[in-house]
Design a protein around this ligand. Structure first.
Ligand SMILES: [Zn+2]
Length: 284
């Protein structure tokens, strides 16, 4: 009899714990309060109708997403707002997001920028120096036009080779010379960098800081909080093949939750013992 009552108490207690965890998880992961859930930094690449690679998004889909952000009171934040938030200097508007593009494709000027303007959004484009003014990529003239109109820029290095593949001196050159070129064209400090392929190591971190960058972005999935390492910042990928509108909404809302799954998946993949389990962890 006593055993039965004890079991009943334990059962009830467990049920309550599970329910509370569920409520907490729903509130935490579904919340749009950035103080609790951080800032999602969306990561796009190409926006055009011509290519159908894993990096490309169609202009119509991009517009649908920007319209959704606009109609649902999301606020695209600037680099200085991001900096103020990350350094604890000031608050952000409600529902903050940051929009970023990697590689500096010409279609960012042709399609993405006009759509963003239409919906009152701003963003940051990470440029590759060796590809500027070449076919398919932005020209400095386009960068300067957008720069005067609310778009911002960051470095994606000179060559786009992973910085981890260089000796220290060459990595330093990639970091410093790209920063200087962007500053020379835009007349203001360049303090944001996206690491090519998201790759970095201790040497790269040291050189990035020494070069005067304040924020470094990887391609890991997640949101950014002030207490994160400012040179290992997550983003929310919007580029693996055709990201459907529902998928976009899911990632936008639940990126904190996605981040946990992605990180667990990656951790398992790189652990010998857990490796077979990795395939069973979804990466939504
Ligand atoms: Zn890239």
């Amino acid at each position: 009899m006593v055993k039965k009552i004890l079991l009943w108490i334990v059962g009830t207690a467990l049920t309550i714990v599970v329910l509370l965890c569920g409520v907490f998880a729903y509130w935490y992961f579904g919340s749009t309060n950035y103080i609790l859930t951080g800032v999602p930094v969306l990561n796009y690449h190409q926006v055009n109708n011509k290519f159908h690679t894993c990096l490309t998004m169609k202009p119509d889909s991009f517009e649908e997403q920007m319209k959704y952000l606009h109609d649902n009171d999301y606020h695209a934040i600037t680099q200085s707002e991001f900096n103020a938030y990350m350094s604890g200097e000031s608050d952000l508007p409600d529902r903050p997001i940051m929009i970023t593009f990697d590689d500096g494709y010409a279609d960012n000027y042709e399609y993405a920028y006009p759509i963003m303007k239409k919906y009152n959004m701003c963003g940051t484009i990470f440029l590759i120096m060796n590809l500027m003014d070449t076919k398919g990529y932005l020209t400095w003239n386009q960068v300067e036009i957008m720069g005067k109109d609310g778009m911002e820029f960051g470095s994606h290095t000179i060559s786009h080779k992973p910085l981890t593949s260089f000796e220290r001196d060459d990595a330093r050159h990639e970091l410093v010379a790209s920063k200087e070129a962007i500053e020379a064209h835009l007349g203001k400090p360049c303090t944001f960098i996206a690491f090519p392929e998201g790759k970095f190591n201790d040497m790269v971190m040291e050189e990035t800081k020494a070069a005067g960058y304040k924020y470094g972005f990887s391609v890991e999935t997640g949101r950014d909080f002030p207490w994160d390492d400012h040179y290992d910042l997550d983003r929310v990928p919007m580029f693996e093949g055709p990201v459907s509108f529902e998928h976009f909404r899911f990632r936008l809302t639940y990126s904190a939750f996605c981040s946990i799954l992605w990180k667990t998946h990656k951790y398992f993949e790189h652990t010998e013992l857990m490796h077979p389990l990795a395939a069973h962890i979804p990466t939504p």
